[in-house]
Design a protein around this ligand. Structure first.
Ligand code: FAD
Length: 426
């Protein structure tokens, strides 16, 4: 290994602390970029354990709330290794946009997931056996050592390696026979990068519901190989289970993404920052001179069950970071709208802020399917009653990538070079 490669590896190996700041995100990107080519392609499937993560970027918490952009990550990888060298990493980054676009075409899948979680949480009050099996799984007390370790790692760190997420979800569904949506909810409550699209659809993919009939079965030999022998659950896993099935077919609808300008902006306009986009100054605000800004996090709305303090704090702090930059760029009064501990942010608090600032328009970055979308839909209804317009601005990246995601990933994958050219990244 060259001195440069060794230095890059040492820098990337030091696990990031996920400080919710753009500086921390850029520092991690700089440390990982030299490893995003052949090193990533060769080693990315290994889960070496929480103390050694030089083989993956660990950028997902920052990407999730857009303290770091997909274009920036793609650009850094392409500059270092070119499209051929960084092909695997580039594809993984596009999986994120693929899932976002896919769910945007099928919001009913999200709504059904939400209903299922609510019903199952209520069912656990009546069904003591289900509750005990669930509590053993989330408490890391199933007796399957790898599963129990990942359960604890998720609760302790807010992160799991991609392969561990796949094994964990598979064991949850096919060996422990627990409902997939309760597992997705557990992840969503604890992951710092918890994302309605990537999380829900990955769980459905493992179950065999995303690509119908094709499920992901965790196998003891595979776990032994890719954990370098840290775990070997021989004889403990159901390696022959059939994929799950569901009756309802989900046809894609046309997406509701705002067009380029996202509508007229009657002045005075105020900016609302959510954890969907903590860098709204570059695109959401193009051509707008806001007179005030406010920020809120919808993390508490992820689940009917409590969201982990680490995930909620990360989202809150990311929004505060976004507001800090808006304050610096525009010199505006910025307000943080505090969420209720369980019920999430208050629509009326935003109305009061808009009224106090005398706003005609509230501008915000487009929120894709998920809790922030649900919140904005409620907010729009109430603001309209007050005669205030809610305007959403979608990023160019999303407008370019998501339309290629109505079906399978392959459809998007073959368009990657053309998309990168369109984004001026090639
Ligand atoms: C059951 C399950 C649940 C998941 N839940 C989430 C989630 O809530 N939020 C989330 O961001 N990712 C989720 N993923 C996808 C993936 O596991 C994480 O994005 C990845 O592990 C994050 O670590 P990293 O940044 O080191 O990834 P890297 O391997 O370094 O990849 C770089 C970036 O590409 C994107 N990416 C990589 N793999 C995937 C993938 N399979 N799907 C979507 N995007 C991907 C992420 O933005 C990631 O930061 C889930 C996967 C599974 C199997």
């Amino acid at each position: 290994m060259s001195v440069d490669a060794a230095a890059a590896r040492a820098a990337a190996e030091a696990a990031p602390s996920w400080t919710p700041s753009r500086d921390a995100a850029l520092a991690r990107l700089a440390a990982f970029a030299p490893l995003s080519g052949p090193h990533y392609a060769r080693t990315r499937n290994f889960d070496f354990g929480p103390a050694r993560r030089d083989n993956v970027s660990m950028l997902s918490p920052w990407l999730r709330c857009r303290l770091l952009l997909e274009e920036e990550v793609l650009d850094a990888a392409l500059r270092g290794a070119g499209l051929e060298g960084a092909e695997k990493f580039v594809q993984e980054v596009f999986w994120r946009g693929y899932f976002k676009g896919w769910l945007e075409h099928r919001p009913d899948v999200w709504r059904r997931y939400r209903r299922e979680v609510t019903d199952l949480v209520a069912a656990m009050d009546r069904d003591g056996a289900l509750r005990r099996r669930y509590e053993n799984a989330v408490g890391g007390e199933t007796g399957i050592d790898c599963f129990d370790a990942w359960s604890r790692e998720l609760r302790d760190t807010g992160y799991l390696h991609n392969h561990a997420r796949m094994w964990f979800a598979s064991i949850w569904i096919f060996t422990l026979r627990l409902p997939w949506s309760l597992g997705a909810d557990f992840f969503y409550r604890f992951l710092l990068d918890g994302d309605p699209a990537s999380n829900t659809l990955s769980w459905r993919w493992v179950a065999g519901l995303h690509t119908r009939g094709k499920h992901y079965l965790a196998r003891a030999d595979n776990i032994r190989r890719y954990t370098e022998g840290r775990f070997y659950p021989a004889g403990r896993l159901d390696e022959c289970a059939q994929p799950l099935e569901e009756e309802i077919a989900v046809e894609p609808r046309s997406m509701q993404l705002p067009k380029k300008e996202g509508g007229a902006i009657p002045a005075p306009a105020g900016l609302l920052v959510t954890e969907e986009d903590c860098m709204p100054e570059d695109e959401a605000l193009a051509g707008v001179q806001p007179v005030a800004a406010a920020g809120l996090s919808c993390a508490a709305l992820r689940s009917p069950l409590p969201v982990s303090a680490a995930a909620a704090d990360f989202a809150q702090a990311a929004v505060s970071e976004g507001l800090k930059r808006i304050e610096a760029v525009y010199g505006l009064p910025c307000e943080r709208i505090e969420p209720g501990l369980t019920e999430g942010p208050d629509v009326d608090a935003v109305r009061r802020w808009a009224r106090a600032q005398g706003l005609s328009t509230v501008v915000t970055a487009f929120a894709p399917v998920g809790p922030a979308r649900e919140f904005l839909d409620r907010l729009r209804e109430r603001l309209t009653q007050d005669g205030v317009l809610l305007v959403e601005r979608a990023r160019r990246y999303d407008r370019v990538v998501w339309p290629h995601a109505p079906k399978g990933f392959f459809g998007l994958k073959k368009k990657i070079p053309a998309i990168l050219q369109d984004l001026n990244l090639l």
